[in-house]
Ligand binder design. Structure first.
Ligand code: GDP
Length: 716
């Protein structure tokens, strides 16, 4: 049997998080280079990077899919780089930076144990960095920061560091001082060991000690004292000794800092220039020194699907196997890859596993690990590791894989509902066939991308998180699946719901000689509070997001065999909507009475009766339209505040506050999505291109009547 070739405490599962353009791709690329798995450097502008292997990502220069890449790292101060015992296993989980893909960032936060946050040394903290920082806070992800691009004109370490303190966390700690800046940026002073380092050799791969420049000696001493104090504050005993004049050792400082970083109490800040090959290796040492191994993070919790009891699993090979699928990705060579993180136990290629989300057994064919430039076959995966499975058919993102004898369902990754949709029509018959397959594969890969067909027009409707999201899907369809299609304008994905309770009867009775049709139901509807998780409440109630079905038929007035058909009829009617053809949500439907006929009753008759009854009931329950409301943040120089506020209020927006952001102001508002189309252009012309905005889905709200009337009229 294969053995673990490195201990679990030497594993680091981490992500590289950044505002778009901060240099995440370049940094990741350097990481792969230095970790030795990549020997050729491809610049971003040539699109030759490893994490961006999808052709289209290259063109756009943004990373839109998250792949996990594995490599090894040995600390820079380790003399024998070949010594296996000194190697750390890095699994780098890629996270996208673009606003339409924050879901992907949130999803990856679930499976990583720590993160490197990359900042642009000119711009400092940017709006998207704040959003990502908040997601990391929510997921309790320990972080080290990297202020990148210190070689750029206008780069300023102090200002960027200050923006982290002001806008992200006051417990960020300066670990280094840069030597020089802009084109004179030469190296860094490590404030812990008080040594200066420069970068020599190919791609700066040799980290060499250089003298601390005279003019920086006093600053370095001051900032070191500040850093030491911050660390010492974390430990009472150390603090007392320090106050008594006893200077802690380097080892003590590092150990205490490690604990504080893992507890999210301190955030070490490094600096450098990925492009000019400076400083990245120090950040990798920091990953080793301060980011947690799978043993340092709390054990994962889940539910035993048989008993409903909570189960805890530790990162140990000895515990039963459980893993979470966090990404399905198309692979040009092997078809589809299912990336998973093993939380406990081990699994071997060729064995069977149990998908507790679907309740199905699946054979795990091959297991691979993606390296920078190749796919490595893996025989066995151990607790705390990340790998990808080839050939899992029914396992999708967010599913739990486990040992059938020791079942567990891990908390599902929650995905927001798509808020934008558009119609697509294949150009030819051949395109149509390919399109079906393409859409299926793409939606398998991406849980925030949905495909539906309009029941009336039979057109295909695709929905996603934003305009760019859908644009990319259409683009991939063309490129990867060779599908040519006409694409409609993006539309808001409205919803419908009911606002009061109601009852109605549905009858479908046909007596036309011979065998007739007989279905008869009485339904009671109630509005439901929106919830976010799938839940089975009891045997007779199935509740999931947006819908609850209660079967309270007694004494067999409708035989059990027809009940599923009733539920199906109701669900189908909900899909069709009642006000303007948008999906109905957040409804509790109780089947409380009805009747049947010994000969004429059938499933289809009950389905039709239920659908008719449901529509009558929904019409009587004061149905309304719902629209997505977005959380919007606009950052602009103060002199444009009047115009920005005016533009948001003019969009039915509710302004929630204005904050200072260095020289700029940030306006936070909630605005209906339908009003936000084209805002990029409007904002640009209003502010001479000096403003930026971020937007993410917040919640659904009832559309005001006058607006709703226009939407309804438009659908007729
Ligand atoms: P991402 O969008 O965060 O993945 O950023 P990229 O790595 O694609 O970098 C965006 C741009 O910044 C590219 O043109 C890079 O060449 C450039 N860039 C990245 N790192 C540095 C750096 O350290 N210094 C300078 N001057 N430019 C950089």
């Amino acid at each position: 049997m294969p053995q673990r070739d490195y201990p679990l405490e030497k594993v680091r599962n981490f992500g590289i998080i950044a505002h778009i353009d901060a240099g995440k791709t370049t940094t990741s690329e350097r990481v792969l280079y230095y970790t030795g798995s990549q020997h050729k450097i491809g610049e971003v502008h040539e699109g030759e990077t490893t994490t961006d292997w999808m052709e289209q990502e290259r063109e756009r220069g943004i990373t839109i899919t998250a792949a996990a890449v594995s490599c090894f790292w040995t600390r820079t101060d380790e003399p024998d780089k070949k010594d296996l015992a000194k190697k750390y296993r890095f699994n780098i989980i890629d996270t996208p930076g673009h606003i339409d893909f924050t879901v992907e960032v949130k999803r990856s936060m679930r499976v990583l144990d720590g993160a490197i946050v990359v900042f642009d040394g000119v711009a400092g903290v940017e709006p998207q960095s704040e959003t990502n920082w908040r997601y990391a806070d929510e997921a309790n992800v320990p972080r080290v920061c990297f202020i990148n691009k210190l070689d750029r004109m206008g780069a300023n370490f102090e200002k960027s560091f200050q923006s982290i303190l002001d806008r992200l966390n006051k417990n960020a700690v300066r670990m280094q001082l840069p030597i020089g800046a802009e084109e004179k940026f030469e190296g860094v002073i490590d404030l812990l060991d008080m040594k200066a380092y420069g970068f020599e050799g190919e791609m700066g791969r040799d980290v060499v000690e250089i003298p601390i420049p005279e003019n920086l000696k006093s600053d370095a001493a001051t900032y070191r004292a500040e850093l030491v104090e911050k660390i010492v504050e974390q430990d009472d005993q150390m603090m007392n000794e320090y106050l008594d004049g006893k200077e802690p050792t380097l080892e003590q400082l590092k150990a205490t800092l490690r604990k504080a970083v893992i507890d999210n109490k301190l955030f070490p800040v490094y600096t450098g220039s990925a492009l000019k090959n400076k400083g990245v290796q120090q950040v990798l040492d920091a990953v080793v020194d301060y980011l947690p191994s799978p043993l340092d993070v709390p054990p994962v919790k889940g539910v035993n699907p048989k008993t409903g009891e909570e189960v805890t699993r530790h990162a140990s090979d000895a515990e039963p196997f459980c893993a979470l699928v966090f990404k399905i990705q198309r692979d040009p060579f092997v078809g589809q890859l299912a990336f998973f993180r093993v939380y406990s136990g081990t699994i071997e290629a060729g064995s069977y596993l149990y998908n507790s989300t679907t309740g199905k057994k699946e054979r795990l064919g091959r297991i691979v690990r993606l390296q920078a430039d190749k796919r490595e076959e893996v025989k066995k995966v151990y607790a705390g590791e990340i790998a990808a499975a080839v050939g899992l058919k029914d396992s999708k993102t967010s599913h739990t894989l486990c040992d059938e004898e020791n079942q567990i369902i891990l908390e599902q990754i929650k995905f927001p509902e798509p808020v934008i949709s558009l119609r697509i029509e294949p150009k030819t018959k051949a395109d149509q066939e390919r399109m079906g397959m393409a859409l299926k594969e793409l939606s398998d890969e991406d849980p925030t991308f949905k495909v539906a067909s309009d029941p009336e027009t039979m057109e295909t409707l695709i929905s996603g998180m934003g305009e760019l999201h859908l644009e990319i899907i259409v683009d991939r369809m063309k490129r990867e699946f060779n599908v040519e299609a006409d694409v409609g304008k993006p539309q808001v994905a409205y919803r419908e719901t009911i606002t009061q309770g109601s009852e109605a009867e549905g009858k479908y009775i046909k007596q036309t000689g011979g065998r007739g049709q007989y279905g008869h139901v009485r339904l009671r509807l109630k509005p439901l509070e929106p919830i976010n998780e799938d839940k089975k409440i009891s045997k007779n109630i199935t509740r999931e997001e947006h819908f609850e079905f209660i079967n309270s038929i007694k004494g067999g007035v409708i035989p059990q065999e027809y009940i599923p058909a009733v539920e199906k009829g109701v669900r189908e009617a909900m899909e069709r909507g009642i006000v303007a053809g948008f999906k109905l949500v957040d409804i509790s439907c109780e089947l409380y009475d009805g009747s049947y006929h010994d000969v004429d009753s059938s499933e289809i008759a009950f389905k039709i009766a239920a659908s008719m009854g449901f529509q009558d009931a929904a019409r009587a329950a004061r149905p309304v339209l719902l629209e997505p409301i977005m959380k919007v943040e606009v950052v602009a120089p103060e002199k444009f505040m009047g115009d920005v506020n005016g533009s948001l209020s003019g969009k039915r927006g509710a302004i929630e506050g204005i904050e200072e952001r260095g020289l700029n102001r940030a306006v936070k508002a909630k605005v209906p999505l339908s009003e936000m189309f084209g805002y990029t252009t409007q904002l640009r012309s209003m502010t001479e291109g000096r403003a930026g905005f971020t937007m993410e889905f917040d919640h659904y709200e009832i559309v005001p009547k006058n607006v709703a009337d226009t939407i309804i009229a438009g659908r007729k």
